[in-house]
Design a binder for this molecule. Structure first.
Ligand code: BG6
Length: 478
C-alpha cells in the first residue's frame, strides 16, 4: 500500500480534459503544488503512454502560457495512459495501478455519470481500504428536479456523500470566493447587508458568446438550466447566506442550503422572463440568430436569456427582490453581484443634482474587470454644496498577482479533501426546486425575441420597482 495519490481522468482524450483539466494541472505543476501526484489518463483509444503524451503536447494550447519547458516535461512524466471503456471488466484493469488514495474525475458526458460512478464502484475501486477514493463530477446534475434526485440516488448507491465532489466552476473563481472574504473578513459591511439598508440585489451573468458549437447540448436546455439553476443561484447563496461561525465546509454548505430552502415559491408567469436572440451586431460583429445557429432546430423555443425574481424569506432579507439574469449574445460580457442601497431617510440634499444621481451600490464584479466597488455620494468640489458620485474601488488583482483559474483551485481542493467549494447533494436538489416550476411553465409558450447585441428582452424590466433599473451592461465605471 502506498500513500501516493493517483488522479484518474476518465474521458482523458475529450474536450473538457484537454481544454480545461490538463492545462489547470500543468499550471499547478508550475506552482509546485502537485507533489507526488500520479495521473492516469483513461479513455477508449488504444494508445500507449507515449502516444497519449504526443496527443497532449499537440492539444494543450501553450500559446501565451509562460511556463518553463522543464515544468511541462515534469508534468508529462507524471501521466500514464490506460485504454478502456466504461465497463466493470475494463475498469478492473486499473486496480493494480491504484495501490493508494485515488480520485476519479469524470470528464465524460453528463448522461453517463451515474453509470460510470456505478461501474467504478462495482470494479471495487471505490473501496477505501487502501486510502481515500473520491469521485469528481461537473454540472449538469440532472435536467430537472426529478432527474437530479435520480442522479443523487444513483450516486449514493455506491458512494458516500463525503467521497463526492460536485463542481460548479463558478465557485472556483477567485472573484466569486472574494465575495465571502469581503463580507466576512471586514467588520463594517455585514451589519448593513440586510433589508433595513439594501432594497434590491441584482446578479447578472451576461455573455457576448453564442452557443459556440455546443448546440447539441444547449438546444432544449437553455439559459435557465445552463446558468441560473447553478452558477447564478450559487452566487446568490454567497451573497445572502448567514455568516458561518467557522470556516468549515459543512457549516458553509448548511448555510447555503438554508438560503435555498428559504426561497419563496414564485409565480413563473410574473417572476420569470425568457428570451431568445435574433440576428444582430454583437460588439460590432454581425451574428446570426439563435435559430440559425448550426445544429439548432429552426423552430427551437430554447431560452438563451433568463431573468428571474426571487425572494429569500428570512429576517435579514425580508421583502427584498433578488433579481437574477443571464443571457447569451448580449451587448457586453458582464458578471456582477450587486447590492442596491436604500435612499437616506431624509432628503437633505434634494436641491442638488443628487436627486438624479446613482443610488449607492456595492458591486462585486467578476468581469470584464475584477473589482469590488462602493458607489457613494460625495461633495462636489467648489463653493456650492452640491453632490456627485464617487466610486471606492478595490481592484481584485494587480499585474504582480498570480491569479489561479477556477479549475486549479478546485483540483487542489479535491486533492486536499476540502468540500467547501463543491455542491452537496441537497444544494443541487434545492436549486432545482427553485427553478422547476419555471421549467414546467415554460413547456408552453415561447421566449421573447431580443436582438443580438442588445441588453436582452424588454420583459426583464417588469420586475423592477419604481425608479429602479438594471445596472447597464456597458457601465461607464468599468
Ligand atoms: C458554463 C455554461 O457552465 O459556463 C456555458 O455551460 C457558459 O454556457 C459558461 O458560457 C460561462 O463560464 P465562464 O467561466 O466562461 O464565465
Amino acid at each position: 500500500m502506498s500513500s501516493q495519490p493517483t488522479l484518474v481522468v476518465l474521458g482523458a482524450s475529450g474536450d473538457l480534459a484537454v481544454r480545461l483539466l490538463f492545462p489547470a494541472l500543468l499550471s499547478l505543476e508550475f506552482r509546485e503544488r502537485l507533489e507526488d501526484l500520479k495521473i492516469i489518463g483513461y479513455a477508449r483509444q488504444e494508445w500507449s503512454t507515449d502516444e497519449f503524451h504526443e496527443h497532449l503536447r499537440a492539444a494543450i494550447d501553450m500559446d501565451g502560457v509562460d511556463i518553463d519547458q522543464k515544468y511541462f516535461e515534469r508534468f508529462i512524466d507524471r501521466i500514464e495512459f490506460h485504454g478502456g471503456d466504461i465497463s466493470v471488466s475494463a475498469l478492473k484493469g486499473l486496480e493494480p495501478e491504484l495501490d493508494g488514495p485515488a480520485i476519479f474525475y469524470l470528464a465524460l458526458p453528463p448522461g453517463v455519470f451515474a453509470d460510470a460512478a456505478e461501474k467504478i464502484a462495482q470494479a471495487g475501486l471505490a473501496d477505501q481500504t487502501k486510502g481515500y477514493r473520491r469521485l469528481v463530477i461537473e454540472k449538469p446534475f440532472g435536467t430537472d428536479l426529478e432527474t437530479a434526485l435520480e442522479l443523487n440516488e444513483q450516486l449514493h448507491r455506491y458512494w458516500r456523500e463525503d467521497q463526492i465532489f460536485r463542481i460548479d466552476h463558478f465557485l472556483g473563481k477567485e472573484t466569486v470566493q472574494n465575495m465571502l472574504v469581503f463580507r466576512f473578513a471586514n467588520r463594517f459591511i455585514e451589519p448593513v447587508l440586510n433589508s433595513g439598508h439594501v432594497d434590491e440585489i441584482q446578479i447578472t451573468v451576461a455573455e457576448t458568446l453564442g452557443v459556440e458549437g455546443r448546440s447539441h447540448y444547449y438546444d432544449g436546455i437553455g439559459a435557465l438550466r445552463d446558468m441560473v439553476q447553478n452558477h447564478l443561484i450559487q452566487m446568490m447563496t454567497f451573497a445572502t447566506m448567514e455568516p458561518p461561525a467557522l470556516w468549515e465546509a459543512e457549516m458553509i454548505r448548511d448555510h447555503k442550503v438554508e438560503v435555498l430552502k428559504s426561497v419563496h415559491a414564485m409565480n413563473p408567469d410574473t417572476d420569470a422572463v425568457r428570451g431568445q436572440y435574433s440576428a444582430g451586431l454583437v460588439e460590432g460583429v454581425p451574428r446570426v440568430g439563435y435559430r440559425q445557429e448550426p445544429g439548432v432546430e429552426p423552430t427551437s423555443r430554447t431560452d438563451t436569456f433568463a431573468a428571474v425574481q426571487l425572494h429569500v424569506d428570512t429576517w435579514r432579507w425580508e421583502g427584498i427582490p433578488v433579481l437574477l439574469r443571464s443571457g447569451k449574445r448580449l451587448a457586453a460580457k458582464a458578471h456582477e453581484v450587486v447590492f442596491r442601497f436604500r435612499e437616506p431617510p431624509t432628503s437633505l440634499f434634494r436641491h442638488t443634482p443628487l436627486e438624479h444621481a446613482e443610488p449607492n451600490w456595492l458591486v462585486f464584479r467578476m468581469s470584464p474587470s475584477e473589482a469590488t466597488e462602493l458607489v457613494v455620494r460625495t461633495k462636489q468640489p467648489g463653493l456650492e454644496l452640491e453632490t456627485r458620485e464617487s466610486v471606492l474601488r478595490a481592484d481584485y488583482a494587480t499585474a504582480d498577482d498570480h491569479e489561479a483559474s477556477a479549475y486549479e483551485s478546485l483540483l487542489l481542493d479535491v486533492l486536499e479533501g476540502d468540500h467547501t467549494p463543491f455542491l452537496r447533494f441537497d444544494e443541487v436538489e434545492w436549486s432545482w426546486r427553485i427553478v422547476d416550476p419555471i421549467l414546467k411553465a415554460w413547456e408552453h409558450g415561447a421566449p421573447e425575441e431580443y436582438v443580438g447585441g442588445s441588453d436582452g428582452p424588454a420583459g426583464q424590466h417588469r420586475f423592477l420597482g419604481p425608479g429602479h433599473y438594471w445596472r447597464p451592461l456597458l457601465n461607464p465605471a468599468k
